[in-house]
Design a protein around this ligand. Structure first.
Ligand code: MN
Length: 324
């Protein structure tokens, strides 16, 4: 996925970690992605009121959309630095191709994890014929200072660990990153972090074990679902803060949540377009390199031109930390 806002705002680091349990409902805002096809997504991170949850810094939720006529996703080659992209589908298929030679179809229940590190380019599109339905998430994870310039890498995990969380059955977690309730994802991580999908059967409830040192948020993908007593509508992120060792979830009807958590990210970052860096000048160099065809490699097999980078804002991008 590419951040395709024509004039991306300066996006900054987390503006304050709640060290105690809180309940902040963060609605998504609609952003249109897509290069030649406009694909609407609901973006809940970065949010005006909250920039990060642990190292999670970008949450886009797309669909469910009937894409049999539109052709679905078509995001031309574009670069990334300093982050990992996490692709997770509920319905449909997406083909990923990148500049280190990966070519991978992803289906629901599977994980595509791309570590951009010092730099990679990729393209994402619905395979033809598309559809009928596309529904999923793309999430970004910021890399910490010590590993943010690692070699680019790509992983596909066709099978992920699942764990039943409800004594009565009906609340199942699939662990994308990190670990939950003793189930450990095989995916590569660079900070203490967790990402898990929770499917909740109608009438089911469970208490999810948490790490009190992490901050957490729950995204409702299908719902509403009730999280710590709060009804969370579809497309909304409930920020939960830190200091919790457990989290009650329940739903009257079948629902799906994605739990995101991690150790609060202590560094200041600069996030602009598809790059995460630490200074304005690093962003300028990454942008210039991309526009000059340097340093990111080539995505083979995509029919069409790469995405040009947007114009930088007139004032310097500032690194921002957790406190405004
Ligand atoms: Mn992307």
């Amino acid at each position: 996925m590419s951040n395709l806002e024509p004039r991306p705002a300066e996006l900054v680091g987390s503006t304050g970690v709640a060290l105690a349990p809180v309940r902040e409902l963060l609605p998504g805002r609609e952003v249109v992605l897509g290069g030649t096809r406009g694909m609407p997504v609901l973006r809940t991170l970065p949010n005006r009121d909250r920039r990060m949850v642990g190292a999670w810094c970008f949450v886009d939720h797309f669909g469910p959309d009937d894409v049999s006529r539109s052709g679905g996703m078509r995001v031309p080659p574009h670069p990334h630095t300093g982050l990992q992209t996490v692709t997770w589908l509920v319905e449909g298929e997406v083909r990923h191709r990148d500049s280190i030679g990966s070519d991978q179809l992803i289906r629901p229940g599977q994980l595509n994890l791309m570590t951009a590190g010092r730099g990679i380019a990729h393209a994402e599109e619905s395979p033809a014929p598309a559809g009928p339905v596309l529904h999923g998430l793309q999430l970004w994870v910021a890399l910490p200072a010590g590993t943010r310039a690692v070699e680019a890498a790509f992983e596909h995990h066709g099978e992920l660990p699942r764990v039943e969380l409800s004594s009565g059955g009906g609340v199942t977690a699939t662990v994308l990153l990190g670990q939950l309730a003793g189930a450990v994802s095989p995916a590569t991580t660079f900070t203490p972090i967790v990402g898990a999908e929770l499917t909740v059967a109608g009438g089911a409830e469970a208490v999810v074990p948490l790490d009190a040192g992490f901050e957490y948020a729950a995204l409702c993908v299908d719902g509403p679902a009730e999280v710590d007593g709060v009804a969370v509508p579809r497309g909304t992120l409930l920020y939960l803060g830190a200091g919790r060792s457990e989290l009650p979830v329940r739903s009257d009807a079948p629902a799906r949540l994605v739990l995101l958590g991690g150790e609060p990210f202590a560094e200041e970052i600069v996030m602009w377009w598809n790059f995460i860096a630490r200074t304005h000048d690093e962003i300028v160099r990454a942008r210039e390199d991309w526009m000059a065809g340097r340093g990111f490699g080539t995505v083979h097999g995509f029919e069409g031109d790469p995405l040009p980078a947007p114009v930088l804002p007139g004032t310097p991008l500032k690194p921002r930390g957790r406190v405004r």
